[in-house]
Design a protein around this ligand. Structure first.
Ligand SMILES: Nc1nc2c(ncn2[C@@H]2O[C@H](COP(=O)(O)OP(=O)(O)OP(=O)(O)O)[C@@H](O)[C@H]2O)c(=O)[nH]1
Ligand SMILES: [Mg+2]
Length: 198
């Protein structure tokens, strides 16, 4: 899919502030610093469209970007950030859960996990939460430029095995590097297919 235009729309502090209208939304979620904002910039090929930082907790609001004037990418705040309150760290903030459970325009959620790690409890908990509520999602392995193919295979296998304990059908998986542009076509083709079906 060609991205002819990518425009920042707004940052919302709560669900009621999010844009109205019926554009399909594809949102990115995952631990702080996992690479959500970087992926939005990689997909749109617009450096600096979404704010990236080496310090976790950069994205604190729900950010909407309209693509080709027809659909939207949504950058969500990370979870599991050590400097937020204990309550927010152990659970998921109401901003995130409210958006994920109640946003009618949300078509698909990309759950980003750092490919360098074995499955982390907080990510598995979040995935379980999505399953319990029937939210459609896929898993995106990020920062794959930082590890070897063998390490990548090992960690993706560990995820598959752990997910297979709870899921009859495994979620769709994507392997990306925002640094190298890896996985861009797979994600954009997937979104294009979804849009054709919606
Ligand atoms: N090597 C490498 N670094 C990456 C990649 N993606 C993101 N990063 C780096 O990881 C850090 C965090 O990236 P962000 O995109 O801001 O992460 P985020 O998930 O949006 O973080 P929060 O908004 O804080 O939740 C930055 O220093 C990025 O440059 C990648 O594919 N490869
Ligand atoms: Mg961010």
């Amino acid at each position: 899919m060609n991205i002819a235009s990518a425009t920042f729309v707004c940052s919302s502090q709560k669900l009621s502030q999010c844009p109205t209208g019926d554009m399909c939304e594809f949102a990115f979620i995952g631990r702080s610093n996992v690479g959500k904002s970087s992926l939005i910039n990689m997909l749109t090929r617009r450096t600096g469209l979404a704010k990236v930082s080496g310090t976790p907790g950069k994205t604190r609001l729900i950010n909407h970007f309209v693509i080709n004037d027809t659909w939207a990418l949504v950058d969500l705040p990370g979870y599991g950030y050590a400097k937020v309150s204990r309550r927010e760290r152990s659970g998921f903030s109401s901003l995130i859960t409210d958006y994920v459970l109640n946003r009618e325009q949300l078509y698909y959620l990309f759950v980003l996990v750092d490919a360098r790690h074995e499955p982390l409890r907080i990510d598995m908990e979040f995935v379980r939460f999505l399953g319990e509520h029937g939210v459609p999602f896929g898993i995106v392995f990020t920062k794959t430029d930082k590890l070897s193919q063998a390490q990548l295979n090992r960690n993706t296998d560990l995820y598959r095995r752990q997910l297979a304990e709870e899921w009859e059908e495994l979620p769709r998986m994507f392997v990306i590097s925002s640094e190298k542009g890896t996985g861009r076509d797979e994600i954009l083709d997937f979104i294009e297919n979804c849009l054709e079906q919606s």
